[in-house]
Design a protein around this ligand. Sequence first.
Ligand code: NDP
Ligand code: 13P
Length: 332
Amino acid sequence: MKNITIIGTGAYGTCLANVLADNGHSVVMYGIVETQVNDLNINHKNSTFLGDIKFNQNIKATTDLSAALEKTDILILGVPTVALKSVIKDIIKYAKNEMIIINTAKGLDEENLGLLSDLIKREFAESKMMKEYAALYGPSIASEVAQRKPTALMLCSDKLEVAKDLAKIFSNEYFYVYPWNDLAGCEIAAALKNTVAIGSGILFGFEAGDNAQASLITVGANEMFLIGSQFGARLETFFNFAGLGDLILTASSQKSRNFTLGRKIAKYNSAKIAMENYKLTVEGVGSAKIAFNLCKKYNLKTSLFENMFQILYNDTKPIALINNVFNDVKLV
Ligand SMILES: NC(=O)C1=CN([C@@H]2O[C@H](COP(=O)(O)OP(=O)(O)OC[C@H]3O[C@@H](n4cnc5c(N)ncnc54)[C@H](OP(=O)(O)O)[C@@H]3O)[C@@H](O)[C@H]2O)C=CC1
Ligand SMILES: O=C(CO)COP(=O)(O)O
């Protein structure tokens, strides 16, 4: 049994804490909001993010990072991409021993137009506190995981043996975790599917039809691979749970925040107004900008990512997506 620390008391961190506590591990969550920490310790709930769902009573939560890192074997990063750098700096300050780091944030490194794994490895390098790096990706809406509904994912690490060992720690009768070693492919797929989901939500909001939505998801999958191949991503990854699975889920489920933002963009006929009115974590906005800049850097022609950038950052009317996205598509 492992000592596992989860950074962030948000939706995803909490549902993973539940899986790991169900598997008999010792789980401590670190959060910055005292009411959330108290809610977890006293009521075994996370009312802010997951309503009335009751969690495993063995989960402990704290606002004391030093205490949270007392005996950590495995550290799970459960905060959004924008918070990663500052969180890692704090972790290094209080870390007591070498840890396996598992990232769950679905994003990319905006500053260096690179992978989050490279950013995280770089941030930890000098401290020598990172024993191994891995990431958990796949179709896993937090509320469903929290309700112990069947979910299948990929545990990715450059080293397949490490991925196999970690997959066992997460796996149980409702959480099916498969080892995989194409980290670049999983990360690109995880980050970019969110932008595709916003686009799919826009089409849904405009009642463009199921044909259009399925076609948009297809364009998205092709362009995700095109961008991913610049990082050495493998085509197979775009068919596994981290690739196809998460793309289908996020680009079609009304439980997805990215898809929901897209619906609101259609409703308000403006991305700017929609974003002002929707304050939940939506990773696809940042990914759209990074994808656009990656395409410029590598001289790639994409239709969906170009249109999504214009809609999200230049207040182009969202109807442009329907008008433009199927013109001159490049398929793999
Ligand atoms: N929700 C889901 O279904 C899934 C999410 N993910 C990914 O997981 C990542 C986290 O998402 P999710 O849990 O949904 O996000 P939420 O918005 O639900 O929660 C984020 C949590 O991180 C906390 N946080 C933010 N900054 C810091 C910080 N500096 N130190 C400590 N805690 C901090 C937030 O605190 P505060 O409340 O104060 O903002 C909040 O508790 C995202 O990249 C997302 O894409 C992956 C799979 C599924
Ligand atoms: O990544 C997710 C499911 O796998 C969660 O999607 P949203 O962030 O769009 O809610």
